[in-house]
Design a protein around this ligand. Structure first.
Ligand SMILES: *Cc1c(COP(=O)(O)O)cnc(C)c1O
Length: 226
């Protein structure tokens, strides 16, 4: 948290970005310790893991889903975590439509729309990252705002190639183009970018939300793949 604040100060920002604690694979005890230290924004990558952790944590946690989401998991996730704040990894009209239908069929209904970010692949040369290409961002944003009344477009998210800050510049450009097409101010769209290894660079380039896992919780031990 202190490192995020000082990176924001040195970038001349009046307000530090949101710090999302990425708690995938970590036991609920560690999340509770972070909560007791004041942390409220948590990011998870796996549908089943989030569904089982959410009820174990206090109700004022802001859950953000940041993992790859298959469209057949849209409904289980949305119905399984009624308090979900944002899904950051929307990468197709099909997924947006599934999320729209899932929110519309919630019982009891949500009081507020479900927040979504469009995930942008800013390093397509790697061949490994999910997300839409830069030129597909604006049409997908327009689809969410015009055809998905139960979703609220919060902003854009990217991972980017390690060490390549130009990926963050690409996300900034995508936001400019999308905001212009939607007729809104750029500040109406957040940028979710920056992880443990590169959050300082992301903050210097205008990140509004950094997703930090291993620097908070320590390195992850992945269970052996079955
Ligand atoms: C795991 C993950 C993070 C956190 O990564 P760290 O390097 O542990 O900070 C951030 N964003 C996404 C999308 C992730 O999957």
């Amino acid at each position: 948290r202190t490192a995020v604040k000082s990176a924001a100060e040195s970038a001349g920002r009046d307000r530090p970005p949101r710090l999302v604690a990425v708690s995938k694979t970590k036991p609920v005890e560690l999340l509770k310790a972070a909560y007791d230290a004041g942390q409220r924004d948590f990011g998870e990558n796996y549908v089943q893991e989030l569904i089982s952790k959410a009820p174990e944590m206090p109700e004022d946690v802001e859950w953000r889903f940041i993992g790859k989401l298959q469209s057949n998991k849209a409904k289980p996730l949305v119905h399984g975590v009624p308090s979900l704040a944002v899904i950051e990894t929307v990468d197709s009209k099909k997924l947006a439509d599934k999320l729209q239908n899932a929110v519309a069929s919630m019982d009891p209904p949500r009081e507020t729309p479900l927040g979504v970010c469009i995930q942008v692949n800013t390093s397509p040369w790697e061949g490994s990252k999910s997300g839409v290409l830069a030129e597909e961002v604006t049409p997908l944003c327009e689809h969410v705002t015009s055809a998905c009344p139960n979703l609220k477009l919060i902003g854009l998210m990217t991972i980017g190639a390690p060490g390549e800050s130009k990926c963050f510049d690409t996300l900034v450009e995508c936001r400019e183009a999308a905001a212009k097409a939607l007729g809104v101010d750029v500040d109406a769209l957040e940028l979710s970018m920056g992880m443990s290894g590169d959050f300082q660079e992301a903050i210097a380039r205008g990140s509004d939300s950094v997703r930090v896992g291993s620097s908070i919780f320590g390195a992850r031990d992945y269970p052996p793949k079955a």
